[in-house]
Design a protein around this ligand. Structure first.
Ligand code: F6P
Length: 541
């Protein structure tokens, strides 16, 4: 058995280095080394990331890269690209990179090149998307489809809704796109309340096609359609499916001709660029979808080929390890200064936390260190008026990822300057704060000085790109995908399984039967009492 991570000399060197750095603030680091902003600014796939406001020195970076070498991150990366079964607990390859490989590339899975099959599905998606966008695909009554409702959850929802919101500016404004995920019936009801079934297409997205929430919503949508048309034949014109499970799609009653497949080597949270992105393609068109894939691909290539010290995802992942394991940060705030990225933090929550929220190593031994951080966030500037107070003066260390764009995403260049001024101001304020001397010099009364003082020394990364276009979105998502990969490789965990979500699903299946029978049994006293109270409340007139 290999030695625990924290016993590695490279890990211990980092711990000693952290102790030696103690007391040196970001202000000290910049004062001693004004060129650090240049050295710690990295570029790749059209993205620029300024890591200089992280609490690191050149020595930290050298030691982190030593750790990456000791954990063979590059070897693991190559194994992923080679189609090895690196998802060990499910014995699966992890080949989302094949989803964006160019036609003509070769990526082998169990000896077979998967790229032609990927492009067959992309071509079928493009035909279907074009038929809908051009009004050639009609509903059962002959009406043009104007509403697309995507039904899915987790990886079969968060990617599509995030991408639709992010690329709204590129989307068909004469079509309505809505996303239903929650088994709470109000989600579907609100999505449908003002829609005409004759003009509505449902895309049921589920890798397994067994997910309770998705199938429940899909059945309810089916009933809604049948109630309107009174005929089973209508389903074929109003339903499409995206899944790996053709037999369940048939059982549900969707014609496999309207099924778009993908493969078990695509994890749910890594699937927005597979057929799961069908709604995205319908919204923005096949050309823009291809541009998004090109962005993903550019970051894949950067990750595969850029030297370690200039490798964006590698460095970003390593800095996450530094903040989590050596500086004790528990969370990461993701702060896009782009309203269109309003679902990006939610998307990243699944990507990062379902991937790296693990407590055992690949061999099943408990880890002896923290793993995945809690990701959360909101678009700036809204967050500034709610939780940023804690970021600036609270007692917790919260590393922040700021994301901004040089070109305005809306018509107003002036408002965009205002937005970006806020982004730059926040990074500066977090890093350098405001000293008591400054406050006194401004005439702040002594009693107020401690309240107004901002200690600074709070780390952040700023990611800047030219514009939030499809290509940039692809590169941005791939940046986080590979950063998550890097962290998982350092921690020695399986970033591609998600066993932890099973227990709750199993218990819910039992409890629903008990609720229907009115007889909870076999749970702890708290759970039994809660179910009884619910049953009593439900029975009340
Ligand atoms: O419950 C977690 C999960 O398995 C995710 O990993 C997945 O993205 C989601 O459920 C949805 O699964 P499916 O696409 O099979 O419906």
């Amino acid at each position: 058995m290999s030695a625990p991570l924290t016993h590695l000399p490279q890990w211990q060197a980092l711990a000693a280095h952290r102790d030696a750095l103690a007391g040196r603030t970001l202000a000290d680091l910049f004062a001693a080394d004004p060129m650090r902003a240049e050295r710690l600014g990295l570029e790749g796939a059209g993205l620029f990331a300024d890591f200089s406001k992280q609490r690191v020195t050149d020595e930290t970076m050298r030691l982190l890269l030593d750790l990456a070498r000791a954990r063979d991150v590059a070897g693991r990366r190559d194994a992923m690209f080679a189609g090895d079964a690196i998802n060990v607990t499910e014995n699966r390859a992890v080949l989302h990179v094949a989803l964006r490989a160019p036609k003509g590339a070769t990526i082998l899975h169990e000896g077979e090149n998967v790229v032609p099959a990927v492009h067959d599905v992309l071509d079928r998606m493009a035909d279907f998307a074009d038929a809908l966008r051009e009004g050639r695909w009609r509903g059962y009554s002959g009406a043009r489809i104007r509403n697309v409702i995507s039904i899915g959850i987790g990886g079969s929802d968060l990617g599509p809704i995030m991408a639709y919101e992010a690329l709204r500016g590129f989307s068909r404004r004469d079509m309505v796109f809505r996303f239903v995920s929650n088994v709470d019936g109000s989600d579907l009801a609100e999505a449908l309340h003002d829609l005409d079934p004759a003009e509505t297409l449902f895309i049921v997205c589920s890798k397994t096609f067994t997910t309770l929430e998705t199938l429940t919503n899909a059945r309810a949508a089916r009933e809604w359609c049948l109630a309107a048309f009174g005929h089973e034949a209508a389903i074929a014109r109003h339903f499409a499916a995206v899944s790996t499970n053709e037999s369940e799609v048939r059982t549900f009653g969707i014609d496999p001709a309207q099924m778009f497949g993908f493969w078990d080597w695509v994890g749910g949270r890594y699937s927005m660029d597979s057929a799961i992105g069908l709604s995205t393609m319908i919204a923005v068109g096949p050309g823009n979808f291809a541009a998004m894939l090109a962005g993903f691909r550019a970051m894949d290539e950067h990750f595969r080929t850029a030297p370690p010290e200039r490798n964006l995802p590698l460095v970003m992942g390593l800095l996450g390890v530094w903040n989590t394991n050596f500086l004790g940060a528990e969370t990461v705030a993701v702060l896009p200064y782009a309203q269109y990225l309003n679902r990006f933090p939610a998307y990243l929550q699944q990507l990062t936390m379902e991937s790296n929220g693990k407590g055992v190593t690949l061999s099943g031994a408990p880890v002896d260190h923290d793993t995945g951080a809690i990701f959360w966030g909101e678009p700036g500037t809204n967050g500034q008026h709610s939780f940023y107070q804690l970021l600036h003066q609270g007692t917790r260390l919260v590393p922040c990822d700021f994301i901004g764009f040089c070109e305005p995403l809306s018509a107003s260049a002036d408002q965009h300057d205002l937005l970006m001024a806020n982004l730059f101001a926040q990074g500066e304020a977090l890093a350098f704060g405001r000293s008591a001397e400054d406050l006194r010099a401004e005439g702040t009364p002594e009693w107020l000085v401690p309240h107004r003082l901002c200690p600074g020394n709070r780390p952040s990364t700023t990611i800047l790109a030219q514009a939030l276009d499809p290509r940039t979105l692809g590169a941005l998502v791939a940046l986080y995908e590979h950063s998550v990969f890097t962290q998982g490789a350092i921690w020695g965990i399986d970033s591609f399984d998600q066993w932890g979500v099973e227990l709750g699903k199993q218990l819910a299946t039992r409890i629903i039967d008990e609720i229907r029978a009115g007889a909870p049994a076999g749970h702890d006293p708290s759970t039994i009492a809660l179910i009884r109270r619910y049953l009593a409340g439900k029975a009340r007139p």
